[in-house]
Design a protein around this ligand. Structure first.
Ligand SMILES: Cc1cc2nc3c(=O)[nH]c(=O)nc-3n(C[C@H](O)[C@H](O)[C@H](O)COP(=O)(O)OP(=O)(O)OC[C@H]3O[C@@H](n4cnc5c(N)ncnc54)[C@H](O)[C@@H]3O)c2cc1C
Length: 366
């Protein structure tokens, strides 16, 4: 698809040719021609004095003809038989999106000997679970996971696929999007539905976190996005837990280009930030590393964890494992106490889902 040219209005003034950032517009005599590679940025539309150019209307992308669309899917990430919390969070969000679209929610579970995880996915909001088991899926390797999810998506045609922006999701979900020849918006922090056009509105920080951009993928199918762990909430109450488990026999799995050797447990924080219901976070306003001891004492009393801004981490007062924000962790505790923190957008994006935020006003830059 490319820009629309109303030839009868075009005066061949050439202004659009000059501004096209991709160099795909040219004049052949008096005729404006669009070459391959137009990405519909609209720069030409803005400069055309005659209104001779237009971006085609965004509309919902279509599934394969004859195959009914299969609703909103969540990739149910598991490792060593344990579900990643982000899968359950995304099922809660998928339920909300599916209700707006009037469709069902499905979880896609890949692994070997993982059927026992299906009830938890149904309770977290899935109406059905696609289950593919194979020894090659026992431990994560990009090749087999990519071909499994791609094959299942081609067969059942979801409208939307959501996955966690975890190490695992970041490693293979872009490859699935490429195989399906569709778009992917990474690291989203909010979703909504344009009900008229059935489009997924995918919001994420852009330009270093200074603005929030809402992105649509209106011309390719399915619509795919990843979201950071801790951004979305699980369903407040467990769903009925009823639903189908559909076992999918895969035709072929790509042989892995990498080889799984072993899993190394990461160094554990006393209480992982992502799980803490109370977080006491400190910033540059603490002035010195030793003042973090005060936050640790308070966090201990409240049964919580200590977070930090990049400012405090860069100052060497606390380790990177505690950093919250765009380049740190995303958290959603019940209570977030910000001490000596200015509330820069890059920090706020990592903790804005907290239920209650205690911060010094008007210092907090929100
Ligand atoms: C690409 C990019 C990514 C980034 N990623 C992150 C990220 O993941 N996380 C993150 O946090 N930042 C991130 N940043 C940095 C971010 O822009 C801010 O610089 C940082 O969050 C500021 O940290 P701060 O609030 O500790 O420091 P400051 O902005 O310096 O704020 C210190 C605050 O302490 C207050 N204060 C001073 N004295 C006292 C006192 N005695 N009592 C109480 N309050 C006091 C001040 O009034 C001020 O509000 C990123 C920046 C960029 C460009």
């Amino acid at each position: 698809m490319s820009i629309i040219i109303y030839a009868e209005k075009c005066t061949a003034c050439g202004q659009c040719v000059e501004v096209c950032p991709f160099g795909v517009l040219r004049l052949e005599g008096e005729v404006l021609v669009v070459d391959e590679g137009c990405n519909l940025c609209g720069a030409c539309v803005e400069v055309c004095p005659e209104g001779a150019l237009a971006v085609p209307e965004a509309e919902a992308p279509a599934p394969r003809p004859g195959v009914p669309p299969d609703g909103v899917w969540v990739f149910a990430e598991q490792r060593q038989g344990r579900l990643a919390p982000v899968a359950l969070e995304l099922l809660g969000e998928a339920r909300r999106l599916a209700e707006a679209l009037g469709v069902k929610v499905a979880a896609v579970l890949l692994g070997d000997g993982v059927e026992h995880l299906a009830p938890a996915l149904l309770a977290a909001g899935a109406n059905k679970v696609y289950l593919a088991e194979d020894p090659a899926l026992a431990d994560f390797c990009e090749g087999p996971y990519t071909s499994a999810l791609t094959e299942i998506a081609r067969r059942f045609q979801p409208e939307i696929i959501l996955a966690g922006a975890t190490y695992l999701g970041r490693a293979f979900i872009p490859q699935v999007a490429a195989a399906l020849k569709t778009g992917l918006t990474a690291d989203c922090t909010a979703f909504a539905i344009d009900e008229d056009k059935r489009l997924l509105l995918q919001t994420r920080p852009a330009f270093g976190g200074n603005i929030m951009a809402t992105i649509i993928t209106p011309r390719t199918y399915p619509q795919m996005a990843t979201a950071r762990p801790g951004v979305f909430k699980r369903l407040p109450q467990a769903a009925s837990g009823e639903g189908q488990v559909i076992r999918v026999e895969l035709n072929s799995l790509a042989s892995p280009q990498s080889r799984f050797v072993r899993t190394v447990e990461e160094i554990k924080e006393r209480l992982p930030l992502a799980e803490a219901e109370v977080i006491v976070a400190g910033g540059r306003g603490l002035k010195e590393a030793r003042h973090f001891a005060l936050l640790e004492e308070l966090a201990e009393l409240l049964g919580g964890a200590v977070g930090a801004t990049r400012g405090a981490v860069d100052a060497g007062w606390i380790s990177y494992a505690h950093q919250i924000g765009q380049t740190g962790k995303t958290v959603s505790p019940k209570l977030y106490i910000a001490v000596g923190i200015s509330g820069a957008s890059q920090h706020v994006v990592g903790m804005q889902s907290s239920d209650f935020i205690v911060a010094r006003w008007p210092t907090w830059g929100w």
